[in-house]
Design a protein. Structure first.
Length: 317
């Protein structure tokens, strides 16, 4: 659905691949609100032979019950541990060096555990590095792709960190993940039509957190999705209305009501949906709707069957 690969990201991929042989443990920083969608499958392929610590950042913004499910899910995988943190909470960050040593196993006493920190843009990697180092090492920012090159820093607990630029993958195949990434701000607001993101997100929130949505915007009702409303949606391709059908709620009608209540009502009764999108997405990202998580382990799609089919067809030939 979405495709891009800026030159600095291609360069970062090469640098990661070259540095990995010397690395003992990989920390992949994920957004605790969308741990599946914020995991880069390209990084998973590069690091499949390394022990991994899945660090669920922004845990203070995520639903704690869903976060516990994700930690248990990751802990059940081979050579993998998970830790939910708020990257500005130094007490929580102090657990990381010990976990890295446990994952690394036997390391020579005269050297540090070598840890590479990875993640897509805007998941809190730089804030994590600064917190672990106890000083400002990495540049932080609200825009994706702030870090542009590898950085190395030694921290307490005999751990040497290698930071890497935030790396997106060449193409996001899972459209549901693309919308969740856009809703969280992990990809630029221009990547998918802004109002479409808010329409889909409205429906998802109505399904997962109806009380939070109605309380925040004083909504009287959350209208159910009806196929007849598809002509009202400026869809980003023919598949977009399917997300509303899956959620079961009319995201377009919900966003329209939010816009009308929050400064989007224009002369003549016209409603500015873009204004509603700004309100919803900004407040979601700032945690003003409460602690919300946009996906659970049950939302992970099954692996594609084409590999098995391809091998079967080759064997038949």
């Amino acid at each position: 659905m979405l495709g891009w690969f800026p030159g600095h990201m291609n360069k970062a991929r090469r640098q990661i691949k070259e540095a990995l042989p010397e690395i003992d443990v990989v920390i992949e920083v994920l957004d605790a609100r969308l741990p599946y969608s914020s995991a880069n499958p390209m990084l998973a392929e590069l690091t499949r032979h390394k022990p991994v610590l899945k660090l669920l950042s922004r845990a203070d913004l995520a639903d704690p019950d869903r976060t516990a499910e994700w930690v248990a899910f990751f802990d059940a995988q081979d050579d993998m541990r998970a830790l939910a943190v708020t990257t500005t909470n130094l007490r929580e960050l102090k657990k990381i060096p010990k976990l890295c040593h446990e994952l690394a196993g036997s390391v020579r006493a005269d050297r540090d555990v070598r840890v590479m920190v990875m993640g897509i843009p805007n998941v809190g990697k730089s804030t994590l590095i600064n917190g672990l180092a106890g000083r400002k090492i990495a540049k932080t920012g609200n825009e994706p792709a702030v870090t542009k090159r590898q950085q190395k820093v030694r921290i307490d607990g005999r751990v040497a960190l290698v930071d890497t630029p935030g790396v997106l993958w060449p193409k996001i195949e899972d459209q549901a993940s693309a919308y969740r990434l856009a809703a969280s701000g992990a990809i630029r607001d221009t990547a998918i039509e802004y109002t479409d993101v808010a329409i889909v997100t409205s429906a998802e929130l109505a399904k997962r957190y109806p009380d939070a949505l109605t309380a925040r915007y004083r909504l009287k009702a959350l209208p159910a999705y009806a196929p007849a409303s598809t002509d009202e949606i400026d869809a980003d391709g023919p598949q977009k209305p399917d997300f509303l059908a899956i959620a079961g709620f009319d995201g377009h009608a919900i966003l329209k009501e939010i816009a009308g209540k929050r400064g989007g009502l224009r002369p003549g009764g016209e409603v500015d949906l873009h204004r509603g999108a700004e309100v919803l997405l900004h407040e979601l990202r700032d945690g003003k709707l409460g602690r919300l998580t946009l996906e659970t382990p049950e939302d992970i799609p099954p692996p594609p069957l084409h590999d098995e089919q391809d091998s079967a067809s080759h064997s038949d030939a």
